[in-house]
Design a binder for this molecule. Structure first.
Ligand code: MD6
Ligand code: FE
Length: 179
């Protein structure tokens, strides 16, 4: 899977996005599939091209195979968001709600260093629990957890030898179905 992702990143290079408010995110991102999720000063959105103007590469078969095994739907995903965390990167608490149909799950695959995942409820005010995601872990946010708040508090450096330069890759697969 890492080899297939290297080809994705060669076709659609990682970018370090800025939020609509102008803050640089610490995670570097790219995507595969019909649509990719991008963020810049104009806002967050799904679009059919990398910021370079190139179409997104196809979602690798190895990745699709995981979705087909766990997503519980015959529909294939439209988007595979690829997030790369160096050991200083984190992801603030958020909901995945830019998609049009929340009856489809979001499936996440973690590769490389472990990361401390924080999972709350559907309202930001609810309490959270934290657990470590390790390389090879697959997490499905579906049903009542589809709109759960979640984020990455930190990456544990040196906790995996999968990626030669360390850090963590997280893939999230979604059916986008824009409203
Ligand atoms: C991460 N994951 O694991 C960030 N979103 O780096 C997510 O933001 C995420 O793991 C939706 C569903 C599952 C996830
Ligand atoms: Fe998310």
């Amino acid at each position: 899977m890492v080899a297939a992702l290297r080809a994705v990143v060669a076709a659609a290079p990682l970018v370090q996005p800025v939020t609509p408010g102008g803050r640089q995110m610490s995670v570097r991102m790219t995507a595969a599939g019909r649509l990719g999720w991008v963020s810049d000063r104009q806002g967050y959105r799904y679009q059919d091209r990398h910021p370079s103007g190139a179409p997104w590469p196809a979602i690798p078969d190895e990745v699709l195979a995981v979705w087909r095994r766990v997503a519980g739907t015959p529909r294939d995903p439209d988007c595979c968001l690829v997030n790369y965390y160096d050991t200083a990167a984190r992801m603030g608490l958020h909901q995945d709600r830019d998609e049009g149909d929340f009856s489809f799950p979001v499936v996440s695959i973690s590769l490389g260093d472990q990361a401390l995942f924080r999972l709350g409820g559907q309202s930001r005010a609810e309490g959270t629990q934290s657990f470590w995601l390790s390389s090879g872990d697959v997490l499905v946010l579906g049903g009542a957890s589809r709109l759960a708040w979640h984020g990455i508090d930190r990456v544990r450096p040196g906790s995996s030898t999968l990626l030669p330069r360390g850090g963590r890759i997280n893939l999230t697969l979604r059916v986008v179905d824009l409203p």
